[in-house]
Write a protein that binds this ligand. Structure first.
Ligand SMILES: Nc1ncnc2c1ncn2[C@@H]1O[C@H](COP(=O)(O)OP(=O)(O)O)[C@@H](O)[C@H]1O
Ligand SMILES: [Mg+2]
Length: 232
């Protein structure tokens, strides 16, 4: 039997209402991603990328359709169970990093582990490991404002990886970076991805990223393009 996908979305629809005004952000989107894959969701601004990532990570609910994470439906799950799954299974890298300005790099990374009930020592060891992985050793006591955009993105990635998630969702990870930093971040993501186990979904409008990924979903005005996924 074929391995069950890590994540599967069936006929996802998301409609936003602002008073009488209706926006169809996602229109009948299907996708399937297997363990260890790196999928790029590519589309112009407003095509529904962020909406889709938020649904896939269980941060929001679809208007209709189903999302299965490891075969378990999360699209109708109550918030209590969902927040536990999010913390232990999903890592999210937000478009603007969402680092806590008053906390150091070390504390920012430890925060999600604290919610998981890790001990001081476990958090310290794991943070050191992560800082090594993302190339930020020596920066543990800095605050986000003292870091470059590329470094802040590395902290956000380290934080997303802290609880060893099986799925990492990244929203425009190179959106605020110049070309050299974009390439360095993608190299980092690719190497983590190649090490195995972690599945990445990256929303982007950067063609260079798309060219590097084997799995792609093209979105346009909330709809997946007809040849909606490609694997070479
Ligand atoms: N909370 C919201 N309320 C109303 N409309 C929204 C909301 N969030 C997103 N939208 C609309 O949904 C569409 C898709 O948005 P989004 O998912 O942010 O696209 P992308 O990330 O590709 O730029 C856009 O038309 C956007 O204006
Ligand atoms: Mg977006």
């Amino acid at each position: 039997m074929a391995e069950q996908p890590v994540l599967r979305a069936d006929e996802l629809n998301k409609t936003y209402w602002n008073g009488p005004e209706k926006t169809i952000a996602l229109d009948n989107v299907n996708l399937e991603i297997r363990k260890g894959e790196l999928l790029a969701i590519y589309g112009p601004s407003g095509s529904g990328k962020t909406t889709l990532l938020f649904l896939l990570g269980g941060f929001d609910k679809p208007t209709s359709g189903r999302i299965l994470l490891d075969g378990i439906e999360i699209s109708n799950m109550d918030e209590h169970r969902l927040s536990r799954i999010r913390r232990s299974t999903v890592g999210f890298v937000f478009q603007n990093y969402n680092l806590v300005e008053d906390l150091t790099v070390q504390e920012n990374i430890s925060l999600t582990m604290m919610f998981e009930g890790k001990t001081e020592e476990e958090m310290k060891d794991r943070t050191a490991e992560l800082l090594d992985e993302v190339g930020l050793i020596g920066k543990e006591r800095q605050r986000p404002s003292q870091l470059s955009a590329g470094e802040q993105q590395r902290v956000a990635i380290a934080r997303a990886l802290a609880n060893r998630p099986r799925l990492v969702l990244m929203d425009e990870p190179t959106g605020n970076l110049d070309q050299d930093n974009s390439r360095a971040i993608m190299k980092l993501v690719t190497s983590i991805s190649n090490a195995g186990g972690v599945t990445f979904i990256i929303a982007t409008h950067n063609l260079e990223i798309v060219q590097e990924t084997r799995s792609r979903l093209f979105l346009k005005a909330g709809r997946a393009a007809t040849d909606f996924m490609s694997r070479s």
